[in-house]
Design a protein around this ligand. Structure first.
Ligand code: GAL
Length: 373
């Protein structure tokens, strides 16, 4: 694991930022404070944006984009940062799990865009498998690829394997009963998003904002914004989790959803996402389905109260099931700071269930005891 690649300057500034925060470096956290600075075990604001969490053997591992100061921090200058925690409040810096490459011809060359990394564990191969959204250096957001890296240890080092656009040559699957007239026919694309789908059919679908989900049966899925962000694809990964099988479905086609976060409760699949306004916040949206393959029902904005129309200033990145607690799911969002990327904040909020519906409300501060049981 590579520790603290460019931390010197980052630490100084964030340490400065920490002045005024009520906690000293060594203080134990015992609550979540959405939107505030969140010091790690070194007293440095956690640097794991667009992140996701893997729970293993009593510990949570948080992986996210390591950002640097200024606008340059919107590109990947360092890599994917990992932290670990037993209680979700206090996080230990585990260092850089996947480092960008100094080789400018490498897919993950320093200065590329590497976003929303997520890690899952494959029981069969005993490998940790990381997928992320990759944009090639100097090519803005045009590559729209899925990137893959694997490791033998949870905190790395992860080895970059490849990047590509998924599901080349494959047509989507549909929930039973879908009329043929609603299916994509590349001889006659019906709208803009189908046009993008058909354009990308030979080379693979665009893959931008993304997440991973492992179902109870061990099958894993990659969820990503495809078709110029017009449609979300949910795609099956192979048994090793290192490739796509070609089986996928299109969700909320043509309506532009980003930032997908998926979870399951009582046999129902839930998906929370955002609109597409770049770093600026917009209203969230949620969907539910009886099967990962749909049909997915759209349900508007799960957020309620002041700030609900802009997801309290954040954008979804992950929904974390709290280990050992029934019905305890944490909505994780990023409050992006594109002008000084390293200062991005984390909005973690509890998901409330009203029957099978979900509600997310702002809280200045809260604890796991706020979950009902
Ligand atoms: C957001 C997206 C982020 C990042 C950003 C760039 O909409 O969710 O992950 O790609 O756009 O503007």
């Amino acid at each position: 694991m590579i520790k603290h690649v460019n931390h010197y300057f980052a630490s100084i500034t964030v340490a400065t930022l920490l002045i005024g925060h009520t906690l000293s470096c060594s203080a134990q956290e015992n609550a979540f404070h959405p939107g505030q600075l969140w010091p790690d075990d070194n007293g440095v604001h956690i640097n794991a944006h667009g992140g996701g969490i893997l729970y293993q053997k009593g510990k949570y591992y948080w992986f996210g984009e390591h950002k640097i100061e200024g606008g340059a921090g919107n590109r990947a200058m360092v890599g994917v940062h990992c932290y670990s925690s037993k209680d979700l409040y206090n996080w230990k810096d585990e260092g850089i799990a996947l480092a960008v490459s100094p080789d400018t011809t490498n897919d993950i060359a320093k200065g590329c865009i590497l976003e929303r990394p997520k890690v899952i564990y494959n029981k069969k191969t005993k490998k940790y498998v990381m997928w992320f959204h990759l944009e090639l250096r100097g090519k803005s957001y045009s590559a729209a690829r899925a990137g893959l890296a694997t490791a033998d240890k949870v905190n790395g080092p992860y080895t970059f394997i490849r990047s590509y656009r998924p599901d080349a040559g494959f047509m989507p699957v549909y929930p039973a009963g879908t009329p043929d007239s609603d299916k994509v026919n590349c001889n006659h694309p019906k709208n803009k998003s189908e046009g993008f789908f058909c354009r990308d059919l030979p080379g693979g679908q665009m893959s931008r904002d993304m997440n991973l989900f492992v179902d109870d049966d061990g099958k894993a899925y990659h969820i990503f914004s495809a078709e110029e962000n017009f449609t979300l694809d949910i795609a099956e990964l192979n048994a090793d989790y290192t490739g796509h099988t070609g089986k996928f479905t299109r969700v909320y086609a043509g309506h532009q959803t980003e930032a997908p976060a998926i979870f399951k409760r009582n046999g129902i699949y839930y998906l929370v996402g955002s609109g597409t306004t770049g770093w600026a916040p917009n209203p969230a949206r949620w969907f539910s389905a009886p099967s990962i393959w749909g049909p997915w029902t759209y349900h508007c904005n799960p957020c309620q109260g002041d700030g609900a129309q802009i997801t309290f200033g954040g954008q979804s990145t992950y929904v974390l099931p709290v280990a050992g607690k029934k019905d305890a799911f944490i909505f994780m969002a990023d409050k992006w700071m594109p002008k000084n990327a390293i200062d991005g904040r984390y909005l973690w909020l509890p998901i409330e269930f009203k029957g099978d519906d979900i509600v997310i409300r702002w809280k200045d501060s809260w604890t796991l005891n706020d979950f009902k049981n």
